[in-house]
Design a protein around this ligand. Sequence first.
Ligand code: SF4
Ligand code: SF4
Length: 386
Amino acid sequence: MPAPHRPPVTDPLVAMADRCVQCGLCLPACPTYGRDRIEAESPRGRIALTRAWALESLEPTGRGDLHLDQCLACRRCEAVCPAGVPFGALLLQARGRQRERRPASRVQRLVESLVAHPRLLSVLFSAYRHVFRFVPERLRVLPRPPALTEAHVATRMEDSRTQETVDLFVGCVARSYESAARVALEQLCNAAGVRLRVPATQNCCGAIGAHAGNLAGAASLASINRKAFGHATTVVTLATGCHESVAHALPTTTTTDAIDFIAARIDRLHWRASEEHIALHLPCSQRNVVRSVPALRRLLAAVPGLRITELDAGFGCCGAAGMQMVTDAERAAGFRAPLIAQFEQSGASRLLSANLGCRLHLQNATSRPVQHPLEFLASRLARLSP
Ligand code: SF4
Ligand code: SF4
């Protein structure tokens, strides 16, 4: 009997979903499946659901939408999938379509409009810093912002040892919360003979909007960044959560994660010994998207005497998941709890994590410092005599 005729798949979402052979190998890697143990909270379930919506064989429902909302976008499923299902790309498409039929929440729209104005956001964070101690605990969705220390970034680098110049992507929330990491990167670059430039007209990478289905908003921010970095040959990103969006926005430029960038220049750096015991959190975006974990381990291993506990409790995923740490704080805290317990039990003096969202979420649950790994590494640089 001849095989039934199947029309060619023209819908890119369905084409991606059709790569899934439903083997289930991704299920043990998925934090939401691990928590709820139901198919709809698994990667395979989400793929089947979004495929059925795309083919209009299933009506969208509030319950179905919730299962898509609760995906952490950690892409652990993608990392273990033998069939190469591009889950991150599929999720973006699915959330884009979801957004067309279901308006975003007021909070999401407010956040998207604020991140598109990073300077205004910095002013608001500065005000938040000043009133922080008067804010009731239940309203402290983010930790107290640090004092801004970035004034000298890109102005102190005229040095006779400078061998190359690269551009730095700053971001939106990171403009306020990551200033210490930028200074640390500047110090490491300085020691490695690299000059950093910070293009003034750059904007948010768009990931916060894209992960909530605002693909048009993300495309418009990408176009602003394309103009801002038009002259650049190499763009360095600090926040692992921004990296992929920046790389997509700048297809003809080399976009490099700061940890990979510094590790590639490790032979130019010298370290002081440190007897400290630190804890290391490896964010999902660093493991599964940027893939700078080996570079980070290499850098930390170069510091003599350092003791490191890698946090792997639960799924290693802290549950911050973009806006979910704000919109569903209780659920996000549930994913974070095993990691914080492991950190507290380890006795480590500080916690390092390369993703800004993870750091903010983790810092909300501990009084010990939570830093970008480059902040720690810069503090361990040996001061060589000139
Ligand atoms: S591992 Fe890949 S092919 Fe297997 S069920 Fe998961 S997504 Fe589908
Ligand atoms: S991205 Fe993470 S939470 Fe979402 S389905 Fe994949 S493994 Fe599960």
